[in-house]
Design a protein around this ligand. Structure first.
Ligand SMILES: [Zn+2]
Length: 236
C-alpha cells in the first residue's frame, strides 16, 4: 500500500522526454512547470518560468540545464554518501513508530471490547423491556446512558490515527543511477530522476547566489518526503 502511495506522487511518464529534466522542474514563485528554451548563439539550454511575465513580473525564474543537472546529480551523490547515517536514523525512527503503533493497537483492542460490552448491555436492556422487567422511563434513561458511552468510545477510537510510515530513499536505485548516468538514454534517465525527485523546485536568483551555489535555489524534493512534496505541489 505504501508503494502505491509513493507511486501516485510521481509525475506521469513522459514518453518523449527530450531532456533529462523534462517536466521535472517547477517554479518556486508560482509552482508552474518550467519550460525549456535553447539560447542562441551558444545553443545552451535554459529552463524558464514562462508565466513570470503575467504572474510574477518582478521576479524571473530561470536556470541553465547544465547547472540544474549537475546539482541533481550532486544531490544524488550526497544521498548515497550519507546512506549509512540515513538508514540508521530511519531504523531508529521506525522503531519508535512501530512501538507507538503497537501501543495504539492495545488501546484500540480494549476500546473495541468496551464498545461491544455496551452493545451487549443494550441488547439485554431491550430484552428486559420486552419482558416488562423494567419500566419505560428506566429503559429510556439506561438506553441513553449506554449510547452516550458508545459515542464517547467511538470518538476515542477515531482519534487513534497511526503515524505515517517512515519513508527513506531507495538507495539501491540511487547508487545504480549514478554509476550508469552517462550511458542512459535521455528518456530512461529522465524517468529515473523523476521517480526519485517528482518535483525539483527552482527559486529566484538572489543577489548573493551565483551559479556556483545552486543548492540555495534548486530544491530536489524526494519521493519519500511526502509532506514536503504535498507542500510544493500546492503552490500551483
Ligand atoms: Zn513562475
Amino acid at each position: 500500500m505504501e508503494k502505491r502511495d509513493a507511486q501516485s506522487q510521481r509525475p506521469s511518464r513522459s514518453r518523449s522526454a527530450r531532456y533529462s529534466l523534462s517536466a521535472l522542474l517547477f517554479c518556486g514563485e508560482c509552482g508552474r512547470r518550467l519550460q525549456a528554451k535553447v539560447m542562441r548563439p551558444a545553443r545552451t539550454l535554459q529552463w524558464f518560468c514562462f508565466w513570470a511575465k503575467t504572474i510574477h513580473p518582478e521576479v524571473s525564474v530561470q536556470v541553465s540545464d547544465r547547472l540544474a543537472t549537475r546539482h541533481v546529480r550532486a544531490v544524488i551523490n550526497d544521498l548515497v554518501r550519507g546512506r549509512e547515517a540515513a538508514m540508521n536514523a530511519a531504523a531508529e525512527r521506525e522503531f519508535y513508530r512501530a512501538a507507538s503503533v503497537a501501543t495504539d493497537q492495545d488501546v484500540r483492542g480494549s476500546l473495541e471490547r468496551e464498545f461491544d460490552r455496551f452493545s451487549r448491555k443494550l441488547s439485554r436492556l431491550y430484552d428486559m423491556r420486552t419482558d416488562d422487567e423494567i419500566g419505560e422511563d428506566d429503559y429510556r434513561e439506561k438506553r441513553a446512558e449506554y449510547i452516550a458511552e458508545q459515542t464517547r468510545i467511538k470518538a476515542e477510537l477515531d482519534s487513534l490515527r497511526p503515524p505515517a510510515p517512515i519513508e527513506v530513499p531507495d538507495f539501491e536505485a540511487l547508487t545504480d543511477l549514478d554509476s550508469v548516468w552517462d550511458q542512459l538514454p535521455t528518456q530512461v534517465l529522465r524517468d529515473a530522476i523523476g521517480a526519485l525527485f517528482p518535483r525539483i523546485v527552482v527559486s529566484r536568483r538572489t543577489e548573493s547566489s551565483s551559479n556556483a551555489s545552486a543548492s540555495d535555489r534548486i530544491e530536489c524534493v524526494g519521493a519519500w518526503d511526502v509532506a514536503r512534496l504535498e507542500e510544493v505541489s500546492q503552490l500551483a
